[in-house]
Design a protein around this ligand. Structure first.
Ligand code: FDP
Length: 330
């Protein structure tokens, strides 16, 4: 089954048919952009497309050439879709308003076109993450992106690994597709992904251990402590690209974490962005039977107050995330 055929089936299950049509157009445009990004990544070193563009984005990251390029082609494709009323992108301080998609059924897209960009120059895996919400007729439409994650009507990611994989949800399960490189078409290969209840691996940047909440530190110590009966120690798997680390967790189970730095307890600092990284991944996880939390609250209940807000995330197998939350409580 192709992605387009699958989208048609999902479309019929959404409450508003106009919004559903828009959602399907947007997801298939993102898939088309992903096919172009996959091509570009494969040739970037040959085309002098690696390295820094110069400057930093609003969230303080050094911007790479492919970040800028990815943002430009994503914005152009969404504008052309006629269904997108505003785009919140990692590479733009303010939402990009698109008059082509305005109206009562307009949609707002939040997107990180090239996520995990520190992997670019070492030929590591990177991804694209996206989230789709109703604009509720708002104009400007960008502020509609600031609602709770439960307002998302679709979310997904593309992973540029040995194969290019697209995983999305429109609120009825989480489904995975693999791109046929000969045609650029995405074909259903992982229908209705179910995250195992409990896994055997954890993913976290342990270099930050001393900056974590005591509950977070105690939880990771627990995972490292051998206990045959409960399958410990867990194995550590961390690629440095959220998409790849979460994808592993969705398929094999376990937990991926990017906890906050609480060295200054009055000012905890998280890294990953709520609107275009954490909220979409959380919708996908819950739709696949998983769980996603900051350690103390459900991610999808958080209402953003800023477009580039950062938040801690613990995501994956429901039993693993629930146990981590117990450690936070203690
Ligand atoms: P990157 O900075 O390379 O873009 O989005 C941020 C992100 O990658 C995630 O994809 C990844 O999980 C995380 O940051 C890696 O951060 P660390 O290098 O601090 O581990």
């Amino acid at each position: 089954m192709t992605l387009e055929e699958h989208l048609a089936g999902q479309q019929a299950r959404l409450a508003s048919s106009d919004q559903a049509r828009g959602m399907a157009v947007i997801v298939s445009r993102i898939a088309a952009v992903a096919a172009v990004i996959a091509q570009e990544l494969a040739h970037a070193a040959l085309r002098d497309q690696l390295g820094y563009a110069g400057g930093t984005n609003l969230t303080g990251d050094q911007v790479k050439k492919l970040d800028v390029w990815g943002h430009d082609i994503m914005a152009a494709a969404l504008r052309k879709s006629g269904a997108c009323a505003a785009l919140v992108s990692e590479e733009s301080p303010e939402p990009i308003e698109m008059h082509e998609g305005k109206g009562p059924n307009g949609l707002v897209v939040a997107c990180d076109p090239v996520d995990g960009s520190s992997n670019l120059d070492v030929n590591g895996t990177v991804g694209t993450i996206f989230s789709v919400r109703p604009s509720r007729g708002m104009d400007p439409s960008g502020p509609a992106a600031l609602g709770a994650g439960t307002e998302q009507i679709a979310a997904g990611y593309v992973m540029y690994g040995p194969a290019t994989t697209l995983v999305y949800t429109a609120g009825h399960g989480t489904h995975g597709f693999t791109m046929d490189h000969a045609t650029g078409q995405f074909l259903l290969t992982h229908p209705d992904i179910r995250i195992p209840k409990k896994g055997k691996t954890y993913g976290v940047n342990e270099g930050n251990f001393t900056t974590w909440h005591p509950g977070q530190r105690a939880y990771v110590e627990h995972l490292r402590t051998p206990d045959k009966a409960s399958g410990r120690p867990y194995s550590l798997r961390y690629s440095g690209a959220m998409v790849a680390d979460v994808h592993r967790t969705f398929l094999d189970g376990g937990i991926f974490m990017y906890p906050a730095d609480v060295s200054n307890p009055a000012k905890p600092k998280a890294k990953l962005r709520l609107l275009y990284e954490v909220a979409p991944m959380s919708m996908l996880a819950e739709q696949a039977g998983g769980r996603s939390s900051t350690g103390t609250e459900r991610i999808l209940d958080i209402k953003a107050s800023e477009y580039h807000q950062r938040v801690a995330i613990l995501i994956g197998s429901p039993d693993d995330v629930a146990l981590a939350e117990d450690f936070y409580r203690q």
